[in-house]
Design a binder for this molecule. Structure first.
Ligand code: BYC
Length: 333
């Protein structure tokens, strides 16, 4: 005979069983993470892991397609046919990256419509960097060199992310980003070696405007990054924001020297003890202003995206009507 104190109702029992089962699944999941296994779409995963991935991958996808806008702005004004063809291909690549990433996020059970709706209603974030204007042709070279350079630094470790579909998408993206970075640097080399004094000054001016926003791309300092600790533990992020930022600075300083431009930071210097470059303080107030929607181009970027989506409604409707017609014909056959 069971005593009152020991008795548990059927509901409590189910809840307890579920908790024990959840705990076991969680332990098995953590063990797979510790062993360095890839987690695949159909595998069990904790809700928070799924949500973190949807957040990061969808933000990343949005950054790719919003990132097409500042560069697309220069396709009609590229100085030569060669540069126009390169820029067209690059902007098209960014659109492709967005598609791989939306597909990877969809494997986690969120629809593309949901993600795009979050972007278009201003609920979702995208990289702060794309809220700055591309004022001159030199900006296009500097975006390739610094922005794609920062993107690669951040994204190469993501090829080893614990979520398989994201990691695989990143391998292809990184190969293309590497071309993007090199074409930007090469176009700047041409301007700095063969250009007029005015063209060289234009490159320096672009470097002055893009340097600090590029450092901000890596996200807040580790001590102010609420997501880093858990994401590192789950192997979503392999290096912290500050580690990646430091690697970027160290890699970029010799490239700037070769190019013959000055990075706009009087505190930037080699620290022999740390074997890294020290650099000046980042204006985090500016970063949060831009992330919060009040950067120089936030309104313009979102407006352009929403207009492109609305203008494309007829294409989506036509594709759906065509698919329906084909399905009806296949059924009748
Ligand atoms: N801009 O806890 P934290 C590219 C947000 S390159 C806006 O450190 P996490 C491209 C962050 O989302 C750019 N928001 O977050 C290149 C979080 O807010 P929520 C895209 C930012 O996720 C060339 C809050 O601040 N790359 O696509 O651990 C041409 C606290 O941050 C930013 C990627 O997306 C920022 N810069 O680390 C075309 C790479 N930084 O979500 C296209 C994948 C931080 O909690 N993403 N925030 O509301 C990542 O590696 C990480 O998500 C981050 C941030 C390092 C960016």
């Amino acid at each position: 005979m069971y005593t009152q104190a020991m008795s548990v109702g059927p509901q409590d029992q189910a809840a307890k069983l579920q908790t024990a089962e959840e705990q076991q699944r969680n332990e098995a999941f953590e063990a797979r993470i510790d062993a360095g296994d890839f987690i695949e779409a159909k595998d069990w995963m904790p809700d928070h892991y799924r949500k973190t991935l949807v957040r990061q991958i969808s933000q990343h996808a949005h950054s790719e397609i919003v990132g097409m806008l500042p560069e697309g702005n220069w396709i009609t004004r590229a100085p030569t046919l060669k540069r126009k063809a390169i820029l067209l291909a690059k902007v098209q690549d960014e659109g492709g990256h967005g598609l791989y990433l939306y597909s990877a996020a969809e494997t986690l059970g969120t629809s593309r419509d949901q993600m795009l709706d979050a972007l278009h209603t201003g609920k979702a974030k995208y990289s702060s960097i794309f809220n700055y204007p591309t004022l001159t042709w030199a900006d296009i070279g500097v975006v390739g060199w610094l922005v794609d350079g920062a993107a690669i630094m951040n994204q190469v470790p993501l090829c080893r992310c614990s979520y398989g579909p994201y990691a695989r998408a990143m391998i292809r993206i990184c190969r293309e980003e590497s071309f993007h970075q090199r074409q930007g640097y090469e176009s700047l080399l041409v301007m700095m070696r063969e250009g007029t004094a005015a063209q060289k000054a234009m490159v320096q001016d672009a470097v002055n405007r893009w340097w600090w926003p590029s450092l901000m791309m890596f996200g807040p300092a580790d001590k102010d990054s609420p997501n880093s600790e858990q994401s590192m533990r789950w192997g979503i992020k392999r290096l912290t924001n500050d580690e990646l930022r430091q690697k970027f600075v160290d890699a970029t300083v010799p490239q700037a020297e070769l190019l013959g431009v000055t990075l706009p930071d009087p505190d930037l210097k080699w620290n022999a003890e740390r074997e890294h470059h020290d650099f000046g303080a980042i204006d985090w107030a500016e970063f949060w202003r831009v992330v919060g929607g009040n950067g120089p181009c936030n309104t313009e970027r979102l407006g352009t995206r929403v207009k492109a989506w609305d203008d494309g409604a007829w294409v989506r409707e036509a594709a759906l009507a065509h698919a329906k017609k084909r399905a009806t014909a296949a059924k009748a056959a």
